[in-house]
Design a protein around this ligand. Structure first.
Ligand code: FPP
Length: 232
């Protein structure tokens, strides 16, 4: 497997069950992310994409939104050096223009500093799959102004369009994990996950550990990926 994507769900419930503020759940979620990243590297996976903040998450309370934004900012400040030292390339997908100028600058600086990393952590922020596709359509029109479906073969057209997504050089995810028992895609990587496998677990994201990771991997290994084709 080259690319794992994760919908890190259940932080709020994890905190509520402990009578803690929701933000403590997100903090524990950030630790689970570090564990998951290490597990990925040990398993030889080269790309990890995580859903940290959706376009819909802006509707949460001001307290939770600003808490999450501060958490991201302090994650970058606290982990930036470790990411460089460990060879982790940090990248962000989504509507980064929606974030504060300060956070945008911190992200850009970390992206620049970690460019040489051989493992890539992609954080989806103010991200929506439909939004990414709509923005890709606008980019496509700019990049290929005269392109019409009549004269371009469908596969080539798809390849050109894929080149307009937020991280066009990253391979599509092989597996998407969603924690906390919800059985939905929730607008995550709609274009990129066309042929991805899915793994759902009731475990809340802050409890997601090596044993859970191993279970997901062994479920994935047992699957037969036809990608729309048949055995010849
Ligand atoms: C979903 O749980 C989780 C989120 C909306 C935020 C995920 C963010 C982190 C794990 C923060 C760390 C990220 C980085 C990159 C440092 P929920 O709040 O919807 O949980 P609930 O469904 O139980 O309420």
């Amino acid at each position: 497997m080259e690319h794992l994507a994760v919908i890190m769900d259940g932080n709020g419930r994890w905190a509520e069950r402990r009578h803690l503020p929701r933000l403590m759940g997100h903090r524990a979620g950030a630790e689970a992310l570090d564990r998951c990243m290490h597990a990925c590297r040990a398993a030889g996976i080269r790309y990890l994409t995580v859903y940290a903040f959706s376009t819909e998450n802006w509707r949460r309370s001001d307290e939770e939104v600003s808490g999450l934004m501060n958490l991201l900012s302090s994650y970058i400040a606290a982990k930036g050096k470790t990411l460089v030292d460990e060879g982790v390339r940090f990248r962000v997908i989504g509507r980064r223009g929606d974030l504060s100028k300060k956070l945008q600058n911190e992200i850009a600086a970390l992206e620049e500093k970690t460019q040489g990393g051989d493992f890539t952590l992609i954080v989806a922020l103010s991200y929506g799959g439909r939004d990414e596709i709509v923005r890709a359509a606008l980019k496509f029109r700019e990049k290929f102004p005269g392109a019409g479906a009549e004269d371009i073969p469908p596969r080539e057209l798809e390849r050109m369009f894929a080149g307009c997504m937020d991280a066009p050089d990253v391979p599509d995810p092989d597996l998407v994990i969603r924690t906390s028992g919800e059985l939905r895609v929730s607008n995550f990587l709609l274009w990129e996950s066309a042929y991805s496998e899915y793994y759902f677990t009731p475990t809340l994201w802050p409890d997601f550990d090596q044993a859970e990771f191993d279970k997901a991997m062994s479920s994935y290994r047992g699957r037969e990926r036809r990608m729309g084709g048949r055995f010849k």
